[in-house]
Every structure is written in C-alpha cells, then in structure tokens.
Design a protein around this ligand. Structure first.
Ligand SMILES: CC(=O)N[C@H]1[C@@H](OP(=O)(O)OP(=O)(O)OC[C@H]2O[C@@H](n3ccc(=O)[nH]c3=O)[C@H](O)[C@@H]2O)O[C@H](CO)[C@@H](O)[C@@H]1O[C@H](C)C(=O)N[C@@H](C)C(=O)N[C@H](CCC(=O)O)C(=O)O
Ligand SMILES: Nc1ncnc2c1ncn2[C@@H]1O[C@H](COP(=O)(O)OP(=O)(O)OP(=O)(O)O)[C@@H](O)[C@H]1O
Ligand SMILES: N[C@H](CCC[C@H](N)C(=O)O)C(=O)O
Ligand SMILES: [Mg+2]
Length: 485
C-alpha cells in the first residue's frame, strides 16, 4: 500500500512528502517493526516515538510518519509530517487490515461498557447473527477468543482483530470505547454503525485534567466518529445524559434515548426479585414485560442500551427485547458466586470507581434482609482522589466494610488503604485480600449480602511490578468451603 492510496485530506500532504513508497504493514512501536513497515512516531505519556525513528528504520521501516514538530533526526528513509499522527495511524491501519465486519457498534460511558458490549453481542447472537464483543474482558466470539488487556485496543491490534473476526465470518461486533481509546484516536478508522453512551462519573482523573476534558473525550464518539444520521443511543436518566444528547443532536445523529426519561425505549416499571427483575417497557407503541435474569438496577440500564443498539442496527424489536430474558452477566459484574450454607449471598463485582460502588451497593439493598457487607480497595498508580470518595460511599451504604488491597502496583498498599480508611469510619482494615475475603465470609449471617468489589474478572494481583495469580471468585469459593467445614 502507498499513502496516496488512502482517501482523505489528512494524508494528502504526507503522501506527497514520502512519494510512492510501498509499505506492507504499520506500527507505532519500533520494537515491533517488520521489514517493509511504515513507522508512525507518536509522542506518548512515557516516551517520544520520534526518538525511536532511527531504530525503526534500522529494523526495516521504509518510511516514517510523525508530527509537524517531531525531532526524528536524520534518517535514511523518507519522512512525512502530519497534524495528528495518532489519527493517521488509525486510518492507515483501517485501510491495511481489511475487511471489517459489516456492523460495528461502540459504547462509551464511565460504567457499563463491558456489560453493554456483552449484552449486545448476546442479543445479536439470539437474533441468529455471528457476533463478537471487544473490550476489557477481551475478544469474545464463537470462533475467536482473546484474553483482554486494554479496554479499547491500540488501532493496529484493533484493526487486525476486526479483520480476523470478519474473516472468521463475524458480521456484528459490539466494542467498548474507553476515554483513553477515544482521546488517543484508537477507534478512528473503524466504520461504526451506531454508538451509545451509558453515563458519566468519576474515573481516570489521573489522565484527564478536568471532568470537561473527560466528557469531551467520551463525546468524540458522537461528534467525531459517527456520521450524520447514524443512531446515537443514550441512557436518558444520568446526570450527563442531556449533554450527551445535545452533542449527538449537534452532530446531526439520530438520537435514541432509553430509560425512564427515554423515548425510544421507555422504562415503565421495575420489580426487584432476588436474582432477577421484572421490567415493563415500551417501544414503538408496544408494551413489553421482560423477566431480566440479572440483579442490579444498573443492569436494567445496560440492558436497555443494548437492546436499542441492536434494534437501531437492524434486529427486530420483538427479537431484541425477548433476548433480554436470556442475558448472562459479563464475568465479574455483580456475579453471584455462591450462596453460603448459612443463607447469605456472595457476589464478585468490578466496581473500582465511586459511582459503580454506589450503584452496586444500592442495588443489593432491596433484596438483602440482613446486612450489606463490602470488601474493597483501590488500585495504585491511578487517580488517588477517588479513594476517600469510595470510603465514604462504602461506610454510608454498607453495614460492614472491609478495606483491603486491590492492585497496589508501584504504590505503598498501606498508604492507599489509609486514604480510604480516613473517610470510612468503622471500617475494618485487612491488607491481605485473601484474609479480608475470609474474614468477611466468616462474618456472614442468614440474609446478608457480601460484595467483593474492584477486581471482577481479574485473575492476578499486581504489586511492586510482580503479578501473582489471584481470583476473587476462587478465593470466595475456598473461603465458603472453609467456613462450612
Ligand atoms: C496512558 C495510556 O493510555 N498509554 C497507552 C499509550 O501509550 P503511550 O502512547 O502513552 O506510549 P508511550 O509508552 O509513552 O510511548 C510512546 C510511543 O513510543 C513507542 N515506543 C516506545 C518504546 C520503544 O522502545 N519504542 C517505541 O517505538 C510506543 O510504542 C509509543 O507509540 O498507547 C499504548 C499503545 O496503544 C498503550 O499500550 C498504553 O496503554 C497503557 C499500557 C495503559 O495502561 N493504558 C490504560 C491506562 C488504558 O488505556 N486504559 C483504558 C481505559 C480502561 C477502562 O476504563 O476500561 C483502556 O482502553 O484500556
Ligand atoms: N450502567 C451502570 N451504571 C452504574 N454502574 C454500573 C453500570 N454498569 C455497571 N456498573 C458497575 O460498574 C462495574 C463495571 O461494569 P462494566 O465492566 O460493565 O463497566 P465498564 O464501563 O466496562 O468499566 P471499566 O471501564 O472498568 O472496564 C460493575 O461491576 C458495576 O459495579
Ligand atoms: N481499566 C482500569 C481497571 C482498574 C481495575 C482495578 N482493579 C485496579 O487495578 O485499579 C484501570 O486500569 O484503571
Ligand atoms: Mg470495560
């Protein structure tokens, strides 16, 4: 491929600068260059790709693409300069690694992305379509499963995954659009059929300087990635729904709102049962009664967003809504691990940010006849501001609180716990997560509900650069066995 083969103004000038150089692949990582590749130098949070341009050329890169002001030194290969190298990288990857599945939808929001991507995949599958989801828990499809790493993979990996899925016969993909992914242009170049917004809360304040910046990154999905007239599904009952609706309307999208205030799918009534909920909703002038086999108010929101994404991309409304009755929760999202022999419920959940913790604790209260108990911590090298907020939420909404370690990464675990404990009067501090889970489980009485929050599907715990195997599911089951023995 040559740069001049790629349509679009953004690369026209660069194409002139490198001439008719042919490249067979593209990468932004000098360590992954294969002979014949185009190397794109990105200025990142830790390193400046420009300083690796020489190494890339030495490894066989045939040309280098970089920012207008990048200092790549003198190189034996042609150099092209563009205003937005991350956008260029994504665009080039999208042209090189083809085809893409016919229908790709993306969901953004602080919480619910993994769940919505999973539910939408399940609805497509129930409609008889070959479907996949791509996100925090990896790539999930009938033919290709890849363990997760980033929520939104880098553009080169993403486009290779989309190509592999398409080649394997996948026609429908639901993917997560993280704020990092949107900000870093990882999804530019994906031909999207629809987008969705779930909610906005506190997250990633170590990356985004302000909440406005964080919201703006999320809204790139609507104002930069979708095309006029395409569906924008918006959960209508969040504090930021209005802003999302306005942005989508300004971009000329087809705004479809869901929720109690929603007009595309209107939520009329919810009745909580222990592990499931009965919901009444209306769509297109018809009323539906759905038995949603999941606990948690927030799962109703996620289910409605997913149904709307499926309907707006061609699934029959009756089929999409009927499919909600068969949904399975995404792994580690309010995941019922066990009933203890003593009559308590134990859930593993991925709430690692304030609003998620608040939602999950509120969600289990209606069916908890005893105490709500929570075990949680906070990850190191991530926004420290959320720690006291989560401490306050836990002590306000749970009856017993155990503060423990999450993934301390490079931080001192005791210092992280102290920041939570300072805002959680009455909480018990147990650094060792295994011991915290055991102590919490041993304390359970009939009717209690325990939430082990923060790590969800994760199977490792990272401290001081070392990751050891650790699964909240396994630990909870082992502790229940021990308590019963
Ligand atoms: C802060 C952040 O998002 N960083 C991501 C970003 O790195 P970066 O662009 O800042 O890269 P950098 O390390 O500074 O290096 C700059 C450039 O030099 C290149 N380089 C570097 C070294 C070398 O020897 N040669 C070389 O060419 C790098 O490949 C890169 O192109 O781009 C990289 C490639 O795509 C990502 O792997 C990396 O994710 C890091 C590992 C990460 O932890 N990201 C997290 C925070 C993240 O993205 N999370 C979101 C949201 C999660 C959620 O809420 O669900 C996600 O989507 O997963
Ligand atoms: N719609 C929602 N509103 C509020 N909280 C939610 C919602 N959906 C899920 N949660 C909470 O957030 C946690 C993570 O959910 P999920 O993985 O679906 O979201 P996500 O946006 O993909 O999160 P992450 O960015 O961490 O991957 C759940 O375990 C639950 O505690
Ligand atoms: N995608 C999120 C996941 C956090 C999960 C939590 N267990 C933690 O380690 O902080 C992040 O990397 O910030
Ligand atoms: Mg996710």
């Amino acid at each position: 491929m040559r740069l001049q083969d790629i349509d679009g103004q953004s690369l026209a000038e660069a194409a002139k600068q490198v001439g008719a150089v042919e490249f067979g692949g593209v990468t932004a990582d000098s360590r992954k260059v294969e002979p014949g590749d185009l190397f794109v130098a990105l200025s990142g949070s830790k390193a400046d790709g420009a300083s690796f341009a020489k190494a890339a050329a030495d490894a066989g890169a045939v040309a280098v693409l970089c920012a207008a002001d990048a200092d790549v030194g003198s190189l034996p290969v042609p150099v092209a300069r563009v205003a937005d190298p991350r956008h260029a990288l994504a665009l080039i990857a999208s042209k090189l690694y083809v085809p893409q599945p016919d229908t790709v939808v993306a969901v953004t929001g602080t919480a619910g992305k993994t769940s919505v991507a999973s539910f939408t995949r399940q609805i497509y599958a129930a409609a008889g379509l070959e479907a996949a989801s791509v996100g925090t828990t990896g790539v999930i499809s009938p033919k290709l499963t890849i363990e997760g790493s980033l929520t939104t993979p880098d553009p080169v990996r993403l486009h290779k995954v989309l190509r592999d899925l398409a080649r394997a016969g996948t026609t429908h993909v639901a993917m997560e659009a993280s704020s990092h992914g949107l900000d870093q242009r990882r999804l530019d170049g994906v031909k999207l059929a629809a987008g969705a917004f779930t909610n906005l809360g506190r997250d990633h304040m170590d990356y985004h300087p302000t909440v406005e910046d964080y919201l703006a990154a999320k809204l790139r999905l609507f104002d930069s990635l979708l095309e006029k007239g395409q569906p924008a599904v918006i959960f209508a009952d969040d504090a930021y729904s209005r802003q999302a609706e306005e942005a989508a309307a300004r971009a000329g999208l087809d705004v479809l709102t869901v929720g109690r205030k929603g007009t595309f799918i209107t939520l009329k009534r919810v009745e909580h049962e222990r592990y499931r909920q009965e919901i009444e909703l209306s769509h297109g002038g018809k009323t539906y009664l759905v038995k949603l086999p999941l606990a948690g108010d927030f799962q109703v929101a996620n289910a409605l967003v997913s149904a709307a994404l499926a309907i707006s991309t061609g699934v029959e409304p009756d089929t999409a809504i009927q499919a909600l009755e068969g949904l399975e929760g995404a792994p580690g999202r309010l995941d019922l691990v066990a009933h203890t022999p003593g009559g308590a419920l134990v859930y593993v959940d991925y709430a690692h940010k304030p609003e998620a913790l608040e939602q999950v604790l509120l969600s289990v209260r209606p069916f908890t006849t005893g105490d709500v108990v929570v075990v949680f911590g906070a990850g190191g090298d991530r926004d420290p501001g959320k720690r006291p907020i989560m401490g306050e939420i836990a002590s306000r909404l749970a009856d017993r609180v155990y503060v423990t370690d999450d993934n301390p990464r490079s931080e001192d675990p005791a210092a992280i716990r102290a920041q939570i404990m300072g805002a959680a009067p009455g909480a018990t501090e147990i650094g060792d997560r295994r011991e915290a889970i055991r102590t919490a489980i041993a304390s359970l009485k009939k009717g209690d509900t325990l939430i082990i929050a923060g790590k969800g599907h994760e199977t490792g715990q990272t401290a001081n650069g070392v990751t050891v195997h650790f699964s909240d599911h396994e630990e909870a089951r082992a502790a229940i066995g021990e308590a019963a023995a």
